[in-house]
Ligand binder design. Structure first.
Ligand code: B12
Ligand code: SF4
Length: 571
């Protein structure tokens, strides 16, 4: 079997290497299958904005788009490409796929299968996943024909022209196969007039399948946090959309598609505070009646700004706090003062309903003392649960992030004990992912995000995290035997919440208690949302839900099941 596969691959390689992309498919390009392969994080669905912008661009040059959103497929997962390969059946001769790093191995596995089935298919990748390692992907995986790096709205049109035989040579922002060579275009200058772009192709999706909507008001972020790879995607330039036009788009999503809650997905929405004020005032003046969430930044928040954002409908905010240690904050070029973190969190609780406070641990230069500082801050933030939900992630080295460039040799496979804290799927630990883990091990430079870093005193750090999980389990477990606590599954009972939060004293325990209190809120919110009573309030990285807890092992299978039973009993 393995030999057969090897032969097939060799044939495929020579076929790909021997044929120029443009020469192979110059027939009229009238239709393309465009697939978003990004999964939903917590079982709630938002339309995939980037692919919808690409769909609009394609339609503008007369291409019919067969649009598919893999997240909507029942039991879609990222541990093999089989499901995605099936999902793509009946595709057009050209297949374009969008993904983030987490799905890249599955996308490569699926496209290999697809290309074995139908070698004449042209396969194009785009989005944050393939962008950073585009050249290496084409070198390593011969069935991929082209990759669009970063912003794709204009580049994809030029790629269509190439496929139509209307142009030759390199294309800025695109790398493609030409016989045995790779034609690597220079970096594409960022689009400065986003208002000239057509709106995302919202007409291509079935809105009844999506819970909330999403807009982007600014592309790019001018910070350079060393663990982040947005620079690879957008460079360091922030380009703004016209405020009035953005607000009108939000109103359309509200009125035409019935989505009252909208996620603003700008990397750092509050980057330009003058603009945020104008945006809020426009929403208020137009009485838009929209609720929204966004990404904040500790060093840019003031009480006045928060109050205005609240008046304009902001309900949820996400803070990438990333460390409680000033040494680590400085080392990662975060441009945040550690002493500002808690006051801003505290202030945020006055104005917003849901605050995600995301921390990272496992930096190659993070001492145990640094880690403890992070835990101290996280524990104090956790005391504001359920308004504040603490997230703790093990650092995932993204390709092209400065930190990975600095420590390329410090990659280690994550320990099974770290499973609950991984940002990307645990493909080295999941038996369904055997093929993908082999692929990742063969090219760690393309997929470094699945690894973690060698970091000092990891065992001691893990102990604190394990203590947090054990308290979380203990509190969730106690709902079965304690009728007072069981009430938290149904409604907010502040005195019981306070009791849970004051029961524990070490930072690790307080974090666990805070996670439990936030977890109860998620359960309640989910029910209310499902019953159509109120919009779900959340932002990216939304907290621990039962499903996610179960999937990641934060909450044991039996506890998750018993929790459902307890909820039923409480109703
Ligand atoms: C919303 C969002 C999510 C949603 C995605 C839901 C969905 N179905 O799409 C959720 C919450 C699920 C999510 C999850 C994750 N996310 Co996220 N997410 C975002 C966010 C905030 C916005 C994405 C967006 O809509 N952008 C706006 C559009 C216009 O940009 P775009 O999608 O990049 O599309 C442009 C280009 O990439 C390109 N393009 C895109 N697709 C295609 C396809 C083709 C064929 C072509 C030619 C071009 C092309 O053209 C588009 C227009 O110019 C971005 C940050 C950001 N501001 O982009 C992070 C971001 C994409 N996420 C990131 C990460 C790391 C993740 C996670 C993997 C880890 C995590 N928890 O953060 C998880 C995945 C785990 C999982 N699935 O459970 C990273 C990506 C890193 C990388 N190199 O892949 C980003 C950049 C944030 C960051 N700075 O770390 N995320
Ligand atoms: S982590 Fe956030 S603020 Fe820092 S560079 Fe990335 S997007 Fe910008």
């Amino acid at each position: 079997m393995a030999r057969l596969m090897e032969n097939r691959l060799t044939q495929l390689t020579s076929l790909r290497r021997g044929t120029a992309l443009a020469a192979r498919k110059t027939s009229a390009v009238s239709a393309i299958t465009l697939c978003s392969a990004t999964l939903s994080e917590d079982g709630r669905f938002e339309p995939p904005l980037g692919p919808l912008y690409i769909a609009s661009a394609l339609e503008s040059v007369g291409v019919e788009v067969d649009f598919r959103d893999f997240q909507l497929q029942e039991d879609a997962h990222c541990f093999s490409g089989d499901g995605l390969a099936r999902f793509l059946l009946g595709h057009q001769r050209i297949v374009a796929i969008s993904c983030f790093v987490d799905m890249l191995p599955a996308v490569l596995d699926a496209t290999r299968q697809l290309s074995e089935r139908e070698p004449e298919t042209t396969i194009v990748l785009g989005g944050p996943g393939p962008t950073a390692a585009a050249r290496r992907i084409l070198e390593e995986y011969p069935w991929i024909d082209a990759i669009v790096r970063g912003e794709g709205d204009e580049a994809v049109i030029e790629l269509v022209e190439l496929l139509r035989g209307k142009r030759t040579g390199s294309i800025a922002g695109v790398i493609y196969r030409n016989g045995g060579n790779l034609v690597d275009g220079r970096a594409r200058a960022r689009n400065r007039s986003l208002d000239d772009l057509p709106l995302p192709a919202y007409h291509l999706i079935d809105w009844t399948r999506y819970d909330t909507a999403r807009v982007i008001t600014t592309r790019g972020c001018s910070y350079r946090c060393s663990f982040c790879d947005v620079t690879a995607l957008w460079g360091n330039r922030s380009v703004y959309r016209d405020i009035e036009m953005t607000v009108r788009e939000m109103e359309m999503l509200r009125h035409q598609y019935g989505k009252r809650f909208i996620s603003i997905v700008d990397d750092t929405f509050v980057l330009n505070r003058g603009r945020v004020r104008e945006f809020c005032r426009t929403l208020i003046a137009r009485r838009s009646d929209i609720q929204w969430g966004c990404f904040g930044r500790i060093n840019l928040m003031t009480a006045e700004l928060m109050a205005l954002m609240q008046d304009a409908g902001c309900r949820g905010i996400f803070y990438g706090i990333d460390s409680g240690s000033q040494r680590v904050l400085d080392r990662t070029v975060k441009r945040v003062r550690s002493e500002d973190i808690l006051p801003v969190i505290r202030l945020s609780t006055r104005y917003f309903e849901n605050i995600e406070a995301s921390f990272i641990w496992g930096y190659p230069f993070e001492s145990l003392a640094d880690f403890r500082k992070t835990y101290d801050v996280a524990a104090q933030a956790a005391l504001f649960a359920p308004k504040v939900n603490v997230q703790l992630h093990l650092l995932s080295p993204l390709p092209l992030s400065p930190i990975y460039q600095e420590f390329p040799k410090a990659l280690v496979e994550p320990d099974p004990a770290d499973r609950s804290w991984l940002l990307l799927p645990p493909i080295f630990m999941d038996e369904r992912a055997e093929r993908l883990s082999t692929m990742v091990r063969a090219a760690p430079d393309i997929h470094p995000g699945f690894y973690s870093f060698v970091s000092p005193s990891k065992r001691a750090k893990r102990k604190s995290l394990e203590r947090s999980v054990s308290v979380l389990n203990q509190v969730v477990g106690s709902t079965f035997s304690d009728p007072r606590r069981r009430r938290l599954l149904k409604r907010r009972v502040k005195c019981v919440e306070r009791e849970v939060l004051s029961e524990f004293h070490s930072p690790a325990e307080q974090v666990g208690a805070g996670l439990a209190v936030s977890f109860f809120r998620r359960c309640r919110n989910r029910d209310e949302f499902d019953a159509g009573k109120k919009p779900f309030v959340g932002t990216r990285g939304a907290a621990i839900t039962r499903e996610r807890g179960r999937a990641k092992g934060t909450i044991s299978e039996s506890q998750a099941n018993s929790l459902s039973r307890a909820k039923l009993a409480a109703q």
